[in-house]
Design a protein around this ligand. Structure first.
Ligand code: DP6
Length: 348
């Protein structure tokens, strides 16, 4: 369902009182975004395709504070620091420019997923901030425009505007043309609701941010261009597999795409390696489950955690096997979730 912007605040006075609260969920890419061709506008090199999850929501409130000296940003109850704060303030500046307004804001964000651990907190985070920020500053954006705005915070966030499956177009050209043509939209999938078992083997922040890692990969990895070309083929194959509701095909394509992405990083100079020993233990478990006849396929993002695509009916068994392989880890079961939405205002 498209997000509703009915809570827009038309005037500064109204906005001060109402603000807006949005909820968004992370998404996991089945065809990965890795590498930017424009670092300022966050224009990806490749198209990507994801499933929005029904777990780990981010809830963000943006309230305008016309008399304050600057923005105030709180993340999980503590003031946001350094890079985190700068990213949010830069994003608010963009929203203010679009809205032709200048008031500072108070931003309050609660993540239910560890931040910066390759569990897509920036996707849910900037999708929620885009929706709450646009609404608080009175911007009337359709879902496409909202996905373009979310992309400016984190390119994967453009996909979390939508529920279910979404594609993010890498767009074409440069400058304004690229900005206009790089957006996300839903992918229609008939009667297909796979599950993901998320193996959280290490919830700590990653050593290299995905932003730095993808820059290094594009700049130095001799494998990057080859992966980008093969990813276009993976995407076409994935769309067919999703239309057919063929979980084994979807899983095979997702796994090869993710492993290819990690291969580009391993070949970067210096290399970027997100695999931990526990990551390998989960990958071994997935291979064994498959040999035993289960439909189980792995995908990984910029971190050591593994997401296992499978049938809903197999999740309990797969989660149990993962816990056995990595006793200190946890396994969270997810399905397709809803897109970003505004939370109705509480009655006074
Ligand atoms: C590996 O969207 O976090 O999860 O645009 O620099 O904020 P920025 O990067 P981000 O990168 C996500 C990369 C990925 C793959 C994916 O989600 O498509």
């Amino acid at each position: 369902m498209p997000p509703e912007l009915t809570e827009s605040c038309a005037s500064a006075d109204e906005a001060r009182e109402c603000g807006a609260t949005a909820v968004a969920h992370p998404n996991i890419a089945l065809i990965k975004y890795w590498g930017k061709r424009d670092e300022e506008l966050l224009i990806p090199y490749v198209d990507s395709l994801s499933m929005t999850l029904d777990v780990f929501p981010t809830t963000t409130t943006v309230r305008l504070t016309p008399t304050a000296e600057g923005d105030s940003v709180t993340l999980d109850g503590s003031p946001a620091v350094d890079g985190e704060r700068e990213r949010v303030v830069a994003f608010l500046n963009l929203v203010r420019t679009m809205a032709g307004r200048a008031e500072p804001a108070v931003v309050n964000t609660r993540n239910s997923v560890p931040t910066g651990a390759g569990l897509a907190s920036s996707a849910s985070g900037f999708a929620a901030l885009a929706l709450a920020g646009a609404s608080a500053y009175g911007l009337d954006l359709d879902p496409t425009a909202l996905s373009r705005l979310a992309r400016r915070g984190s390119a994967s966030a453009s996909r979390s505007i939508f529920g279910g499956f979404a594609i993010c177009h890498a767009g074409r050209g440069t400058g304004a043309e690229a900005d206009l043509s790089a957006y996300a939209e839903p992918v229609a999938v008939a009667d297909f609701a796979p599950a993901l078992v998320i193996a959280v083997v290490n919830a700590g922040p990653k050593a290299v941010s995905s932003r730095a890692a993808m820059r290094r990969t594009v700049d130095t990895s001799p494998l990057y261009q080859a992966w980008a070309a093969s990813s276009a083929v993976d995407l076409a194959d994935m769309r067919v597999a999703l239309r057919r509701g063929d979980l084994d095909a979807v899983g095979e394509i997702a796994e090869r795409n993710a492993l290819g992405m990690h291969a580009t990083m391993l070949a970067a100079r210096p290399p970027v390696r997100y695999f931990a020993p526990e990551t390998m233990a989960v990958l071994d478990t997935v291979a064994r489950l498959r040999a035993d006849g289960f439909s189980a396929y792995a995908t990984m993002d910029a971190g050591p955690n593994v997401k296992v695509l499978c049938h809903l009916g197999d999740t309990a068994r797969i989660a149990a096997e993962i816990r056995r392989a990595v006793p200190d880890g946890t396994a969270v079961i997810a399905g397709p979730g809803a897109g970003a939405r505004l939370r109705p205002r509480a009655e006074p």
